[in-house]
Design a protein around this ligand. Structure first.
Ligand code: OGA
Ligand code: MN
Length: 281
């Protein structure tokens, strides 16, 4: 097994390692350390059954379901399909335009996931990269007075799926009334401390962060926009170009990510597991 850094911001590839194998604790400890150091691990050339993908994900914690049960892989409630493939009836098998904006997975829940493992079963020859932005770096780059200003602030997060789905060019399936009721949102600190590295990271994202608590609306908007500027500065971004059969494991506690478009006539077919996390503090 070799671990090679992919950039000096975040990201490392793991080669010569089979996530589906029966590896020992020392190997797992080395991988865990690399995950702490790099925040994104790219396991190359994986040949995993859905069961193996789920089993490897479970080494990191419990698996979360996803509110969008419309897009779970048939027979595998732990797997969310991110795909532009269609079934025989022409219905989308997965979310086609998942994450085409800066976000942190599921930050709209009270206990958001620690990480996500996305497995590229089919990837386009061109396009469909995933961008990762280090929110450690973003936080470090914020001037001292702004750090002081946001130190004790909290923000409201909400999944605006209903609006996304209702937009004219959306191919997304509607939510059930029950699902709509579950989308109550959550409040989290603007700056969180990573429970394993103890480093501070910015934890607001353009996708789901609506407003700052106890800050008047105009100032809330302006302050969030300023923070998003640091959060998405090109200097904190690693661009991941997929190879087929990459399993990419990212840390939602210190990263944002952003899917990029790809040609409509190519196939991009992926499965995601989501690993449970802890309440951000
Ligand atoms: C996701 C996601 C990005 C991509 O699955 O959570 O945001 O590039 N995917 O598919
Ligand atoms: Mn995502």
């Amino acid at each position: 097994m070799h671990i090679n850094a992919l950039s000096d911001i975040c990201g490392a590839e793991v080669v010569g390692f089979d996530c589906g194998s029966d590896f020992d604790d020392a190997t797992f400890a080395a991988i865990r350390e690399a995950f702490s150091d790099h925040s994104v691990l790219v396991f190359r050339d994986q040949h995993l059954t859905p069961e193996q993908h789920v089993a490897f994900s479970k080494r990191w914690g419990n698996i979360n379901g996803h509110i969008l049960t419309q897009y779970l892989v048939a027979g595998y409630p732990e797997l969310l399909a991110v795909s532009n493939k269609k079934d025989d009836a022409g219905q989308p098998l997965g979310i086609e335009d998942a994450g085409r904006y800066w976000h942190t997975d599921v930050s709209y829940e009270a206990v958001p996931p620690m990480g996500s493992l996305l497995y590229g079963l089919e990837v386009p020859a061109e396009g469909g990269d995933t961008l990762f932005a280090s929110q450690y770096r973003a936080y470090e780059n914020i001037p001292a007075d702004l750090k002081d200003r946001v130190a004790s602030l909290k923000a409201r997060h909400r999944f605006n799926y209903v609006q996304i789905q209702a937009s004219e060019d959306s191919t997304r399936k509607p939510l059930t009334e029950e699902q709509k009721k579950q989308l109550v949102g959550a409040v989290h600190p603007v700056v969180r401390t990573h429970p394993e590295t103890n480093r501070k990271a910015l934890y607001v994202n353009p996708g789901f962060t609506e407003s700052l608590i106890d800050v008047v609306e105009n100032e809330s908007r302006a302050l969030l926009d300023t923070l998003f500027g640091y959060a998405t500065d090109p200097a904190v971004i690693y661009r991941h170009t997929w190879q087929v059969r990459d399993l990419v494991f990212w840390d939602n506690r210190c990263l944002m990510h952003h899917a990029t478009p790809y040609p409509a006539d190519s196939i991009r077919h992926m499965h995601r597991t989501t690993v449970a996390g802890s309440v951000p503090v």
